[in-house]
Design a protein around this ligand. Structure first.
Ligand SMILES: [Ca+2]
Length: 508
């Protein structure tokens, strides 16, 4: 069961994506140096420690589909599985799809079969192959029970794989294979990941200096992965200990309807979407009229109010959740059913599945008993990632200085990661800028109205794909992204996303 993948693409979205991208397609004729698509031929191109297990000529668009694994050690050994598609019409582009969640021993791929639960909703790989991208995906080097199980974090091998090692390793192997296969030194290298995939990508900028990538696209994430589990844990613990504060789904729906009725027009258009929830003050009276008790109002405040985590060397301001779509909270951290919850049931909130399995594995303590003031919790959060890098959390300067480009996007209706992390990451990165124009040279951040966590919701449905279009133009043509036009699949409505601007300059 894979709760993060409830939707299926339709052919109409594919068609619109192909049309929208047609102007960008620059794939040239097949190159003369293409190698044979056999296991033996591809294996000869692979570095030591890489095993090629399949290489098959595949149609639509014509490509060589390669399966393999890269073996890592120290700590290890572990075989990280990957897939690489090498199109006949190659445009010297390599695209790495970094999957979200906990991984799962599955390599997400488009079109294996109609029932493929692991098909990414973010991109259509066949469309990318048609535009001349070599395409790579991997399993993240973990073996969870399901996509929201993090109990493998007790294993330092898998923890390091998930955190940053799998992405770096598979990027090195598959980019090398791609160069050798086509006999080219030139390669435009892209990676895109959302949520857990975004964490791996943004970790790479700090731990490995982003040296494998020219363009990095990050959706809805936090720079220290444990920080998200902490937000959930804080709310979940309160509800477990104070069951009166649990809010039934129908009350959250009533609150959502009332908030929308009051604020839909704030963005200048009555369209069922609040384009930006910052600055909206939800009154107690509104919640009371939606049926909330005092205990439920207290839960609402806990969820939506910014707070400070004092366990780190420096206090960290943690944004509250968006008030724009509270009905979505049930699935993630309030619960469609009241506690008790358990990690074996998907009726438990997704955030509970993640936080409970993660903290039990790393601290031996479940959410209900987690003491946020415990030094052991501080250490677990502070180490944050398993990388051992001495660089600061937001220190992406090596990537910046090598000419790398970064795009981030967050959904305003995200019930998993508060979208105001967008501003926190920008401010963190801006602290390393001393010259004008600073971030403008290499970093763009976008907020997406109506978008939930990575996909879904009432906003546009092609955000990652249009981000990639903008990134290709930036990396390959030097055109800085400005407004990005996105589209809602169901009715073709367009949403023009404009780069976020920090409200005040940050001193270096
Ligand atoms: Ca509106």
């Amino acid at each position: 069961m894979r709760p993060l993948r409830p939707l299926k693409r339709t052919s109409s979205l594919l068609a619109s994506a192909v049309l929208a991208s047609a102007a960008l397609t620059t794939a040239g004729p097949a190159e003369a140096a293409i190698r044979a698509c056999t296991v033996a031929a591809v294996q000869r191109l692979a570095p030591a420690g890489t095993a090629i297990t399949a290489a098959v000529r595949t149609a639509g668009p014509d490509h060589c589909l390669v399966d393999g694994h890269a073996t890592v050690a120290s700590p290890g050994p572990w075989d990280i599985k990957f897939r690489l598609a090498l199109p006949d019409r190659f445009a010297k582009r390599h695209f790495f799809f970094a999957q979200g969640g906990s991984g799962g021993g599955i390599v997400p791929w488009t079109g294996q079969d109609e029932g493929n639960a692991a098909a990414p909703l973010d991109y259509d790989f066949n469309e990318l192959l048609g535009r001349g991208f070599a395409v790579t995906s991997m399993d993240k080097g973990t073996s969870p029970l399901h996509s929201l199980d993090f109990s493998w974090q007790a294993d330092p091998v898998q923890k390091l794989n998930w955190d940053n090692r799998a992405l770096e390793t598979v990027a090195a192997v598959t980019q090398g294979l791609t160069r050798s296969f086509y006999g080219t030194r030139t390669l435009h290298r892209y990676v895109s990941g959302c949520s857990g995939g975004g964490m791996g990508s943004i970790n790479n900028l700090r731990v490995h200096d982003g040296r494998r990538f020219d363009g990095v696209i990050v959706g809805s994430t936090v720079p220290l992965s444990a920080a998200s589990a902490l937000s959930w844990a804080r709310i979940l613990k309160r509800i477990i200990q104070n069951p009166d504060g649990w809010i039934p789904p129908q009350k959250l729906q009533a609150a959502q309807s009332a908030i929308l009725a009051a604020h839909d027009g704030d963005d200048g258009e009555i369209d069922g979407i609040i384009a930006d929830g910052r600055g909206i003050a939800v009154r107690d009276e509104l919640l009371s009229e939606a049926g909330f008790t005092a205990a439920q109002i207290a839960t609402f405040r806990l969820v939506t109010t910014d707070w400070t985590y004092h366990g780190l060397d420096e206090p960290v301001r943690v944004p509250g959740y968006s008030v724009t779509r509270p009905a979505t909270w049930s699935a993630w951290f309030v619960g469609a059913v009241p506690p008790p919850w358990n990690v074996a049931s998907f009726t438990s909130p997704y955030g509970f599945l993640v936080a409970e399995s993660s903290f039990r594995a790393t601290l031996g303590t479940g959410v209900a008993d987690l003491d946020l003031d415990d030094p052991a919790v501080h250490r677990a959060i502070q180490s944050g990632t398993a990388d051992g890098s001495s660089d600061g959390v937001y220190d992406f300067t090596a990537f910046r200085d090598s000419g790398g480009k970064l795009l981030t996007y967050f959904g305003v209706d995200d019930p998993a990661i508060p979208y105001e992390w967008s501003e926190a990451i920008q401010r963190g990165a801006a602290a390393y800028e001393s010259a004008t124009p600073g971030l403008d040279r290499w970093y763009r951040a976008y907020l997406v109205p109506g978008l939930m966590h990575c996909f879904g919701g009432v906003g546009p449905s092609d955000v990652p794909e249009r981000m990639l279009d903008a990134m290709v133009n930036w990396v390959e043509k030097g055109r800085k992204p400005q407004a990005i036009t996105t589209t809602r699949e169901t009715d073709g409505r367009t949403f023009i996303l404009r780069p976020e601007r920090l409200r005040r300059p940050t001193k270096g």
